[in-house]
Design a protein around this ligand. Structure first.
Ligand code: CAA
Length: 703
């Protein structure tokens, strides 16, 4: 047996161990080794049952994602064929599922007649997150095992399921008492099956999955769910495959599933989502930092400022079981902050996402103080006070004097110069920027700002900490706005300018949401607050002073007190949660265009798409060239997780690659040449984009 699989015969059982760390991904070599082992067990008359398990405790995380889109994906033995072969073995197969059975891993387990887990086992069909559907029988075998509704729910959500629920549903037949006892219990189970002359496969509880379903089940399901799917292909393909499970016999259903899977695998959306999967893992690897760098322990955290941001940040740590002390200047502000956190947890409790005990346990990890001296034993301090350099610098002077040596001192800033903040301390190597996104307890993006002197150890520790609290940390260098907000600037500039030139906010937003972005620029500004946007802009007027004409619309709305949703008027009018177009904004745009000598004309949707997106992409490429972003994939993660860019488009950099870098460059040059003085001022192609196109490159990388 080759080293990817271990094989032993013990007491009438063949024990087949999957041994391809870290996650036993079912690439071709492992598939071949597994098939060979199963054939051997089938052919051996002394073997009466087979147990498949993961040698390192973890069962299997599914197909090998690196193979998708390449011939290796279906190289013999392909996974669907391998699993069909397993179902034909006339001996009971027991899957001993330690830790995880995901995607093809769960499909492997479903091809076994019997499944045993342990208390920490999680099972799931997360293919949808990769723009795929289960392609090795999952869409046909799961509905026959647990019924259509539960199966659809599992595949459409892609969420992993805990062992107890899997047991209730019948995905697992039993649970071992502990992970350590799993293999032994699986062998015991196999012996029972032999003793009871159990069939190789028990009969399916939902052999005819359509039976008992309301006649309009699929129609209603689609009606309810489709709006959420936007233009995503994978949920529609999952849906079709499950329908096939209801309409077709197993063999034909499997054929239909395979055809749908191949369609998904070849789609641009799946290519994009696979890129995102690997970008997320890549983001944690920092060139020049040895992965074995010793990390500093983070056992206690302090957050300065108990406002919405500080409170949200603190919750992340309490959720991860790490004690946090919140520091405020006034007792009542502290009380309000802690009360707000409790209220937020209470909402989760009401929604059934948290138990009373969990709520109390999390609150018990949160404490408050008015004294800097109480931060002396914190391993990590995150400052979340008002966004003004002098105020933040003052906080850091205090921290420098009270914090223990080796404590990591972080500033939660969205735009300030972290080097200038670090410079007021005697330990700039311990200072780092942590840009949380609001609401900080919900949003997954964390921009980790490496300042000039931040040490490798501090950076590595902070990245690990970010993952511990469930964030996607992305490293950014120091510049105004870091990666995300700096790219937002030219993107939002075009949106504003297009309205001056004759588009309406609704038209601009419509083009962007038509691309599946969560929100358009103007709805986003109305939500975030036109006042907030104005104040940030006003503080940085110098940077845009050579032409701030495009900001005039926002400035005017601010002066009219139209701050957005909170005042029921901004770029739109609001009645409750309903948004309406506002003719006054159009009239205002007309007036401003006159004053600024901007000629108005009907604007095509294609121009909105090109100008907003190309400027966003151009800035991203420039950030890569400047070394502010380490990789194109990091930029994609920032925009997907912080700004609602659809993951199935892969992020703005990946979108540009699929669109064609040459076309993006040509578009920028076109607007530079056709928009007069404005075009010449703003539509300057990033030099790296020009170099990439000149070199015939189709992917965005440093050159
Ligand atoms: N294929 C290839 N590589 C995989 C993989 C897979 N299915 N799952 C994980 N890996 C790799 C990761 O890329 C990473 O590699 P590097 O160390 O080189 O970066 C390594 O395994 C460890 O992964 P994580 O860093 O993500 O480790 P984790 O402990 O945080 O998470 C995990 C482990 C929960 C398994 C997570 O990796 C995961 O969700 N993997 C994807 C699972 C999945 O989507 N499976 C379905 C595949 S599609 C399918 O199976 C189709 C089908 O129907 C046939």
């Amino acid at each position: 047996m080759n080293s990817l699989v271990t094989y032993q015969v013990q007491d009438s059982l063949a024990l087949i161990g999957l041994a391809r760390p870290p996650v036993n991904a079912l690439g071709q070599p492992l598939r071949a080794a597994l098939l060979q082992a199963c054939e051997q067990a089938d052919a051996d008359p002394s073997v009466r049952a087979i147990v498949i398990y993961g040698t390192n405790g973890l069962f299997c995380a599914g197909a090998d994602i690196t193979e998708f889109g390449s011939p290796a994906s279906f190289a013999a033995p392909d996974l669907p064929g391998l699993l069909v072969r397993l179902t034909a073995i006339d001996k009971p197969l027991v899957a001993a599922i330690g830790k995880l059975a995901l995607g093809g891993g769960l499909e492997l387990a479903l091809a076994c007649g019997y499944r045993i887990g342990e208390p920490k086992t999680r099972v799931g069909l997360p293919e949808i997150n990769l723009g795929l559907l289960p392609g090795a029988g999952g869409t046909q075998r799961l509905p026959r095992l647990v019924g259509v509704q539960a199966a659809l729910e599992m595949m459409i959500s892609g969420a992993p399921m805990a062992a107890n629920r899997a047991l209730e549903l019948g995905i697992l037949d039993r649970l071992a008492d502990s992970a350590e006892q799993l293999l032994q219990s699986a062998c015991g189970y196999a012996h029972e099956l032999i003793a009871n002359h159990a069939p190789a496969r028990p009969s399916e509880p939902f052999a005819d999955p359509a039976k008992g379903l309301p006649a309009d089940f699929f129609e209603r399901y689609c009606l309810e769910q489709e709006p959420r799917w936007k233009s995503r292909l994978a949920p529609r393909l999952v849906f079709s495959a499950v329908q096939a499970a209801c309409l077709l016999p197993l063999q034909q259903g499997l054929e239909r599933e395979l055809a749908l899977f191949k369609q998904a695998e070849a789609s641009r959306q799946s290519e994009a989502l696979r890129h995102v999967f690997f970008a997320e893992r890549e983001a944690g690897k920092i060139p020049g930092i040895d992965p074995s760098t010793a990390l500093r322990p983070i056992a206690k955290v302090a957050v300065i400022g108990a406002g919405t941001m500080g409170g949200g940040i603190a919750m992340n740590f309490a959720n991860a079981g790490i004690p946090v002390v919140l520091l405020e200047r006034q007792g009542d502000a502290l009380d309000r902050g802690l009360a707000h956190i409790r209220k937020t947890y209470a909402i989760s409790l009401k929604r059934g996402k948290l138990t009373e005990a969990q709520l109390e346990q999390r609150m018990s990890l949160l404490s408050g103080t008015l004294e800097y001296a109480d931060l002396a034993d914190a391993d990590l301090v995150i400052e979340a006070v008002f966004e003004q350099l002098s105020i933040k610098q003052e906080v850091f002077r205090q921290l420098d004097s009270v914090c223990k040596p080796g404590a990591i001192l972080a500033t939660n800033t969205s735009s300030l110069d972290v080097d200038q903040i670090a410079a007021v301390t005697a330990r700039p190597q311990d200072v780092i920027g942590l840009h949380f996104f609001s609401p900080a307890n919900v949003m997954r993006l964390l921009e980790v700002v490496k300042a000039r002197e931040t040490s490798a150890q501090v950076l590595a520790t902070t990245l690990k900490m970010g993952r511990t609290i469930g964030k996607i940390p992305v490293v950014s260098g120091v510049c105004f706005g870091f990666i995300g907000n700096r790219m937002l600037e030219p993107y939002a500039r075009e949106a504003h300018r297009l309205v001056l030139e004759g588009a309406t906010p609704a038209q601009v937003d419509g083009v962007l949401t038509g691309l599946d972005l969560n929100m358009g620029v103007f709805s986003m500004l109305d939500l975030a607050g036109i006042d907030v946007n104005f104040l940030v802009r006003d503080a940085n007027r110098a940077a845009i002073a050579h032409d701030d004409s495009y900001c005039r619309l926002g400035d005017e709305l601010y002066s009219l007190g139209r701050y957005g949703q909170k005042t029921a008027r901004g770029f739109y009018q609001y009645e409750g949660r309903e948004r309406h177009n506002d003719y006054e904004v159009v009239a205002l745009s007309e007036r401003l265009a006159g004053e600024l000598h901007v000629s108005r004309r009907p604007i095509e949707d294609a121009e909105i798409h090109a100008r907003c997106l190309f400027m966003l992409i151009n800035e991203g490429i420039q950030l890569l060239d400047e070394g502010i972003a380490l990789r194109a994939g990091d930029i994609d993660l920032v925009w997907i997780n912080g700004y609602g860019f659809p993951a199935h488009l892969g992020g703005p950099m990946f979108y540009a690659q699929q669109y064609g870098l040459d076309k993006v460059l040509a578009g920028i040059q076109h607007y530079r040449d056709t928009l007069g003085e404005y075009g010449r001022m703003w539509f300057t192609p990033a030099p790296l984009l020009e170099r990439l196109v000149a070199a015939g490159k189709t992917t965005i990388e440093r050159l």
